[in-house]
Design a protein around this ligand. Structure first.
Ligand SMILES: NC(=O)C1=CN([C@@H]2O[C@H](COP(=O)(O)OP(=O)(O)OC[C@H]3O[C@@H](n4cnc5c(N)ncnc54)[C@H](O)[C@@H]3O)[C@@H](O)[C@H]2O)C=CC1
Ligand SMILES: O=C(O)[C@@H]1CCC=N1
Length: 267
């Protein structure tokens, strides 16, 4: 499959990393910044150009990987050269209606990926326009499967929903890991030791949660001996409203996705 990424930033780089590990794809990147093209060529063997190709064809898959604020201008430039290519948009917020209007085509699949795609452990939510064929859906899913787990969403609003869990979620997890590293350093470990301890603890806890038949809350309670150390830590988290803040932050994230859709999909 020939796949062209427009925008070669963080998220495109992560998906290209997943595709390159899988092999068997022809990957081209259109990116304004030459240093990013050089890096993607060196890391993953992707060909690159700073400007759009003169023509796509119906066999092409074009992945829109620029910032949502840059998408309208890109789509208007893309419309005359698209020639019926399948478009996959990974932009947060921007609705199919707007994309269809700007591109003059509705052969579009929206995808919400996440950056662990880089190591093949991404999660991607997908939603296709009614005009996209079964083969188009399959093609989009094949691209994203190289990046990890794929989930088809029941409606377009599902993209806003999944953004606040898996799309933005890696940042929440990194935030938690940052906090654990900070605690480790405060307790007297070197930065490198604290990082290793935090990452291994996260790894182990995730694997245990995956393999255990028990609910996650019970696994947590199993660590909390009565009158012991963990109980003291969790009591502080609860008193400070840590869980409530994480849930509220995620809901803010979803609201922002809806708001961006409204702000940026109008013209
Ligand atoms: N970073 C993340 O974790 C995720 C990002 N997304 C979506 O992915 C998209 C890209 O985000 P990032 O990779 O984080 O941004 P980024 O800023 O790292 O990458 C965007 C790239 O597009 C390039 N660009 C802009 N306009 C261009 C044009 N007309 N032609 C060629 N190149 C152009 C910029 O030079 C930049 O390198 C956004 O729409 C975002 O909503 C979705 C899920 C997760
Ligand atoms: O923060 C953002 O807007 C993008 C979308 C999901 C993750 N990063």
């Amino acid at each position: 499959m020939r796949i062209t990424f427009i925008g070669g930033g963080n998220m495109a780089g992560a998906i290209i990393g997943g595709l390159a590990r899988q092999g068997g794809h022809r990957i081209h990147v259109v990116e304004h910044q030459q240093d990013k093209l050089d890096q993607l060529a060196a890391d993953f063997g992707a060909s690159g150009s700073q400007t759009l190709p003169e023509n796509f064809s119906a066999d092409d898959v074009v992945v829109l990987a620029v910032k949502p604020q840059q998408l309208r201008e890109l789509c208007l430039a893309l419309a005359p050269v698209l020639n019926g290519a399948l478009v996959v948009s990974i932009a947060a917020g921007i609705r199919l209606d707007a994309l269809g209007r700007w591109l003059g085509s509705r052969r579009i699949v929206r995808v919400m990926p996440n950056t662990p795609a880089m190591v093949g452990k991404g999660v991607s939510g997908l939603y296709a326009d009614a005009a996209a064929s079964a083969a188009d859906r399959e093609a989009a899913e094949t691209v994203m499967r190289a990046a990890g787990l794929t989930v088809w969403l029941a409606d377009e609003a599902g993209i806003d929903d999944i953004t606040c869990v898996s799309g933005s979620g890696p940042a929440y997890v990194f935030y938690f890991i940052e906090s654990m590293i900070e605690a480790g350093v405060k307790a007297g470990f070197s930065e490198a030791q604290a990082r290793e301890l935090a990452l291994a603890t996260f790894d182990g806890a995730v694997e245990l949660a995956r393999q255990s038949p028990l609910p996650v809350a019970e696994l947590r309670r199993n660590v909390m001996s009565k009158g012991g150390t963990t109980e003291r830590a969790i009591a502080r988290f609860e008193a400070e409203g840590v869980k409530a803040a994480i849930v509220a932050g995620a809901m803010d994230c979803r609201d922002r996705s809806i708001e961006m859709g409204r702000e940026l999909s109008q013209e």
